[in-house]
Design a binder for this molecule. Structure first.
Ligand code: NAP
Length: 446
């Protein structure tokens, strides 16, 4: 029986540092659970002189990845550098060298997970990736194992903490501004996207280049992984209709609130008769929905299984401690298997491919904000255009946008309609001489 499981870390940043700290501080407990010590033999970084959050024994730190790959006493490689390359090359080399892999890399798993797992399978090895989605929230293991008996019909998630923090700030500042105005006090904060992003960056919740988060790409990687596992078919990030939050304004938050909704960046994958429909976009979500109450940097995922009904998993989606909890859980799982001499487990068996539909598969209710001249007959033309495309109006609110310019703002909500029909109608509405602009177009969920 093995008495020591050797670990090689590739990356010792936020997550790698957290993992090393947990292994050092809680090693005795892990050893009792596993039946062998889990020992960090090497940690590979780019810069040996950078200050670290954890002190490793002398000689462990290295800048040469071969120190991990060529060490026969390293059983498990933990890849926590991120990005597609060189992470992909390092993981393939680790498998070639007969080592199991744990990774937190959503982009790589979303784009190449099934291929990497197939390579591992050929060699009787495992790749575990619990930390790739939702940080400390157990999501991958439930989707791979605990919910396996179910036919999953939908996955709906708030899965990006940065955007949820920004949207929560915009909603709160908007509500505060409104309350101040009611008291006759002119608010200094307007609850705009730019201010909320800046505050998130100052607090370290948003990167200096926030593109990956605010354009929805990060959420799309995570949804691709969850949907591929949940539906047992390949859902690629490029299959997912992805829209970011950068065009939202304080006005949308105000009107959403008045209509009984909050605005959230929602990642949704659903099984429909024609195939799977997956999208990441800001939506109006009914205030009574459980996901509407998930605020700040918190994440939550709602999974609908035919046997379980609705399951809601919620918690911290990022940060050194929550994410290291997920990485260490994978390490312990693998270490136990190694100690027991177990072979790899087939947890991502893809079934026959189910088509993944793009916009043509999408149906929703919609919210439109349209700026028009304040004159009779305008609404009739817009309603007629929507009707021509089988989109029926649920409600219209007219807001006075600018009394001097004599323009008004129409807030229109529709009944459920096909997105292609809605988009065709929108193109015609934009071209109407009576329309100044379609300022917002959002889907309504729940
Ligand atoms: N941060 C989170 O809260 C979180 C949550 C969930 C998942 N993740 C995922 O976890 C992974 C790591 O994220 P992180 O936040 O820990 O990143 P990070 O703080 O930027 O750390 C990256 C580490 O990788 C090292 N590194 C980068 N390129 C390298 C290379 N070519 N060769 C050797 N070492 C290299 C860096 O070395 P130096 O230190 O010398 O620069 C650093 O130690 C990513 O896939 C990320 O998406 C992160």
């Amino acid at each position: 029986m093995k008495h020591e499981i050797g670990v090689g870390l590739i990356g010792l940043g936020v997550v790698g540092g957290g993992v090393a700290r947990a292994l050092l501080e809680r090693g005795d407990y892990f050893a009792r659970q596993v039946g062998a010590n889990i020992v960090v033999r090497r940690a590979v970084v780019r810069d040996l002189h950078k200050p670290r959050t954890v002190e490793l024994p002398a000689g462990v730190l290295s800048t040469n990845v071969a120190d991990v790959l060529d060490d026969p006493d390293i059983d498990i490689v933990v890849e926590v550098i991120g990005g597609e390359e060189p992470a992909g090359t390092f993981i393939r080399a680790a498998l070639k060298a007969g080592k199991h892999v744990v990774t937190a890399n959503k982009e790589l798993i979303a784009k190449a997970g099934p291929e990497l797992l197939a390579e591992a399978h050929e060699k009787g090895l495992d790749i575990l990736f619990e930390a790739s989605v939702g940080g400390g929230i157990p999501l991958i293991a439930p989707l791979r194992r605990d919910l396996l008996a179910n036919r999953i019909s939908s996955i709906r998630a708030i899965i990006n903490g940065t955007t949820n923090y920004i949207l929560t700030s915009m909603a709160r500042e908007g509500a505060v501004a409104e309350a101040l105005l009611k008291e006759g006090i002119e608010p200094t904060q307007v609850g705009g996207y730019g201010e909320a992003l800046k505050a998130a960056q100052e607090l370290g919740y948003a990167e200096p280049d926030p593109t990956n988060d605010v354009e929805g790409y990060d959420a799309a990687y995570k949804l691709a992984i969850m949907a591929s596992l949940g539906f047992r078919t390949r859902v690629r990030p490029s299959d997912i209709v992805t829209e970011g939050i950068t065009k939202l304004t304080a006005r949308d938050f105000r009107y959403a609130r008045e209509l009984g909704y909050v605005i959230k960046l929602l990642a949704v994958a659903e099984r429909t008769d024609g195939g799977i429909v997956a999208r990441v976009a800001p939506v109006l979500l009914a205030q009574a929905e459980p996901l509407a109450k998930v605020d700040g940097v918190y994440n939550a995922v709602q999974i609908e299984g035919d046997l379980t009904g609705q399951v809601l998993l919620q918690g911290r989606g990022a940060g050194a401690d929550p994410t290291s909890s997920a990485v260490v859980a994978d390490l312990i799982d693998l270490a136990q298997a190694i100690v027991l001499g177990a072979r790899e487990r087939k947890y991502w068996g893809l079934e026959a491919a189910v088509p993944v539909l793009g916009l043509e598969g999408l149906e929703s209710r919609y919210y439109l904000r349209v700026n028009v001249p304040d004159q009779p007959g305008v609404l009739a033309q817009i309603a007629q255009t929507l009707g021509n495309h089988n989109v029926s109006i649920a409600a219209v609110n007219q807001k006075e946008a600018d009394a001097d310019e004599r323009t008004a703002e129409l807030v229109i909500t529709t009944h459920r309609a096909r997105e292609v029909a809605m988009r065709a109608a929108l193109d015609e509405i934009r071209a109407l001489p009576v329309v100044v602009q379609v300022a917002s177009f959002l889907r309504i969920e729940g």
